[in-house]
Design a protein around this ligand. Structure first.
Ligand code: FES
Ligand SMILES: [Fe+2]
Length: 423
């Protein structure tokens, strides 16, 4: 190496020369969490690529004329329900000069109206009116051959499953249920009846979106990091539990059955050293731990993750979706939408809301997840050197089987990510 070479060149190879570690999907280089060029490529290849992205619940746009604004990656997106009851997804970006059409998170409208120059669109996203299209007194206006049919909002494909609404930029990706594969069972298990939204919580996480999205795929950490799970027994490694991946390895869910402990000596030995098992902690009001086995299968916790950024959780009787919205390489917004069923009685709604204290930005279980992601970001620094080690449960996409003491789902995440990103 030339001794006169500036330090910055030595430390920071341009991303075009980046190489994934030879270990492959058992290792993720830290530059993948920090590099702006990688982030831009993710927007094109994943968020605008062949994947389905969660937009919200059908229950959030219940009637004709209802709309919701949200994002897919960095793209501002509009979800509407048209007069015939059908759902539509489109870019929330005027076809004229790119202004945002709807600014509120939710609303109702009989047309989509851009304030900049008053172009309006139908709820399906077709251009219906252009202000001064023919000019005035024979002057100005659009060329005579202007065809409104070619100037609607950019439409996305939309598909639903059990009240969840997803959209994609891609014409090629398979229908939603096929894309989700085996994890559709985990969705059907929870979303059995019409839904009712109970509330929202949005948090800004100062970490790369993938750091958060390794987390709900990481069944290894769940009962180790989260004191509440281990100490109060909602989820422990010693309980009956399993991991279910779809055939592609993109999507996964885990479940645990509280009260099914098999405390062998090997469990006792490890658990005694875990900070998350703290026998001296007591709850002043243990009411939050009382849950009803409403689905009749004994599963106390099910965390389901769909590639790239969707989570559906059942923690006791608390039900929620989590939608992660990347906001640059170093931060992301996590939107928690809590819901119950439309036919829940008052008591059931009270239980679900009380157990909301377990989840969300300040949740007694979930608070540690964002904290760890932010600590990882600080520890990774600029990400120019170093990589993770992901061999819990083995070195293959299949190894680890269905045990939760495994990083199999994380290996599968990075495998699919690398295919999509051509890294
Ligand atoms: S930008 Fe929307 S009407 Fe001009
Ligand atoms: Fe967690």
């Amino acid at each position: 190496m030339n001794a006169a070479e500036p330090m910055s060149h030595m430390a920071q190879a341009p991303s075009s020369t980046r190489r994934w570690p030879a270990a492959g999907y058992t290792s993720a280089p830290y530059w993948v969490f920090t590099d702006p060029e990688i982030y831009a490529r993710e927007q094109a290849r994943i968020f605008r690529g062949p994947a389905w992205h969660y937009l919200g619940l059908e229950a959030e746009v219940p009637d004709p004329g209802c709309y919701k604004t949200t994002y897919i990656g960095e793209s501002s997106v509009l979800l509407t329900r048209a007069n015939d009851g059908s759902l539509h997804a489109m870019l929330n970006r005027c076809a004229h000069r790119g202004n945002m059409i709807c600014r509120e998170p939710f609303g109702t409208a009989n047309k989509l109206y851009c304030v900049y120059h008053a172009w309006s669109y139908t709820l399906e996203g077709d251009l219906s009116r252009v202000a001064f299209q023919r000019g005035l007194h024979g002057e100005g206006g659009l060329p005579r051959d202007f065809d409104p049919a070619h100037h609607g909002l950019r439409k996305l494909r939309v598909d639903t499953l059990c009240g969840l609404v997803f959209a994609t930029f891609s014409d090629e990706v398979e229908p939603l249920e096929q894309w989700l594969g085996e994890i559709a069972h985990g969705i059907r298990r929870v979303l059995r009846r019409p839904l009712k939204v109970l509330g929202y919580d949005t948090q800004r996480i100062h970490a790369n979106w993938k750091a958060y999205h390794e987390n709900p795929r990481d069944s290894y950490h769940a009962n180790i990091l989260h004191t509440f799970y281990g100490t109060f027994g909602l989820s422990r490694q010693s309980q009956e539990s399993a991991m279910v991946l779809d055939g592609s390895g993109r999507h996964v869910y885990f479940y645990t059955k509280a009260g099914t402990e098999k405390n062998g000596d090997d469990y006792k030995e490890t658990a005694s050293a875990l900070r998350s098992h703290n026998d001296s902690l007591r709850l002043e009001d243990p009411g939050i731990l009382k849950w009803h086995d409403e689905f009749g299968d004994g599963i106390s916790v099910q965390i389901l993750t769909a590639y790239p950024t969707f989570v559906l959780h059942q923690i006791a009787n608390n039900l929620a979706t989590r939608q992660l919205l990347p906001k640059g390489p170093g931060q992301a917004d996590l939107v928690w939408t809590y819901f119950g069923f439309a036919d829940d009685d008052e008591e059931m709604t009270r239980v679900r809301l009380a157990q909301t204290n377990l989840a969300g930005s300040a949740g007694m279980i979930s608070v540690e997840d964002a904290a760890v992601c932010e600590m990882m970001r600080r520890a990774m620094g600029d990400g120019q050197e170093g990589e993770s080690f992901i061999e819990m449960g083995g070195r293959d996409l299949e190894s680890g089987g269905t045990t939760k003491l495994s990083e199999r789902a994380i290996r599968n995440f990075w495998h699919n990510y690398r295919v999509d990103m051509e890294l």
